[in-house]
Design a protein. Structure first.
Length: 379
């Protein structure tokens, strides 16, 4: 048997404790055995989201939470602003279009960091009452300053896709005045795919249209059920048990400690890739703590590189998306990762590029990664 290594920015590796909780015998979702787990999980979600408001939980991928946000916040013909700087900004725009929302695209080149000042000016000009954005754009490695974005858009309802950033980089939902945050289980929350969540600030409930345009993702119905520590529909019992354990692990370790670890992992990945002589695509700064993207060297087929990594060495990295397919590769380092995982990923990249004939610097990447990981983080 060949050992497999997963370094995608979702799904991410799952700790054994979480897998064990999911393997426990099934219980009835309306019974007291599950209710206590559900209640604890909802409270822990509030702690991770850094909010005292409602955190709604759905059986879906993160995109389900995105879909729910548009369906509950926007009526047909409403105008919404969408910050598009990568694949998941594009997804916001597609969902809005599906629901008949008039979309004001605030567009950036993939890999460019959105400017809060520009976004604020564009929102004011458009008159949009809802703004959709992405905190961590995993297609490019860019992490947007959503605190500054909220200050820039003022009274407009800001909806943040934090699917890959929640638990990995700071997100102070209440302190920053973020109106809605959507998340998913399969990223830094260290669980399998299948759970989506949305935090909703108290003031948002008063601004929503009177009727939701979705039955399953109806926020008001979900809120009513959760207030009694119940679910509106049959919940994903085993996944929620796993999420409860994973959230407990994150909170016991301390969210701040987790944020620092992700910064260090990003530093290690960037340092190792640069030591080989590769060009980074993602930003070369501590904000890029979720995923590190590098350009495929000239003369190397990006698809063949990823196939070599996976099929010959058991290492799965993420390809580029959209127009970047074949041009970049991505190393995810959110969730249950440590510096030895990054060392393994870098060693595999170095070996695979060498086998494919790339001219790179050999034998230094892992050392540079450890040095960067150990470097002091300024207070």
């Amino acid at each position: 048997m060949e050992k497999r290594y997963l370094f995608t920015p979702g799904p991410t590796p799952v700790p054994p404790e979480v897998l064990a909780a999911m393997a426990e015998p099934m219980v009835h979702h309306r019974g007291p055995d599950f209710r206590v787990v559900y209640e604890r999980c909802l409270v822990r979600l509030q702690e991770v989201f850094r909010t005292s408001g409602d955190v709604l939980l759905f059986a879906a991928s993160g995109t389900g939470a995105m879909d729910s946000a548009v369906a509950n916040l926007c009526a047909p013909g409403d105008r919404a602003a969408v910050v598009v700087a990568g694949a998941f900004g594009e997804r916001w725009a597609k969902i809005c279009g599906h629901y008949g929302v008039e979309v004001q695209r605030i567009e950036y080149e993939w890999g460019e960091v959105p400017s809060p000042e520009e976004v604020g000016a564009a929102v004011a000009e458009s008159g949009a009452r809802v703004v959709f954005c992405t905190q961590s754009e995993t297609s490019t490695g860019v992490v947007t300053d959503v605190q500054a974005l909220k200050a820039a858009v003022g009274d407009a309802t800001l909806v943040v896709d934090a699917i890959s950033s929640l638990g990995a980089v700071p997100l102070e939902t209440d302190a920053w005045g973020i109106d809605v945050v959507v998340g998913g289980s399969q990223k830094a929350l260290m669980c399998p795919p299948g759970l989506a969540m949305a935090s909703v600030a108290p003031a948002v409930w008063e601004r929503m249209p009177a009727t939701s345009r979705t039955f399953y993702f109806d926020w008001r119905a979900t809120k009513r059920a959760q207030e009694a520590f119940d679910a509106a529909f049959t919940p994903a019992v085993s996944l929620i048990r796993g999420l409860d354990v994973a959230l407990g692990m994150l909170l016991d370790a301390g969210l701040e400690s987790g944020f620092e670890r992700h910064v260090r992992l990003g530093r290690a990945a960037r340092a190792g890739l640069k030591a080989m002589g590769l060009e980074l695509f993602s930003p070369d700064d501590d904000a890029a703590a979720v995923v590190t993207a590098a350009r495929v060297p000239d003369g190397i087929d990006g698809g063949e590189l990823l196939r070599t990594l996976r099929d010959r060495h058991g290492v799965t990295l993420a390809p580029g998306q959209g127009a970047l397919k074949g041009k970049i590769f991505r190393i995810g380092h959110i969730g249950w990762f440590d510096v030895f995982d990054i060392a393994a990923a870098l060693a595999a990249v170095e070996l695979s590029l060498t086998e494919l004939g790339a001219e790179i610097e050999r034998g230094v990447a892992v050392t540079r990664a450890f040095e960067a990981y150990e470097a002091r983080i300024p207070a």
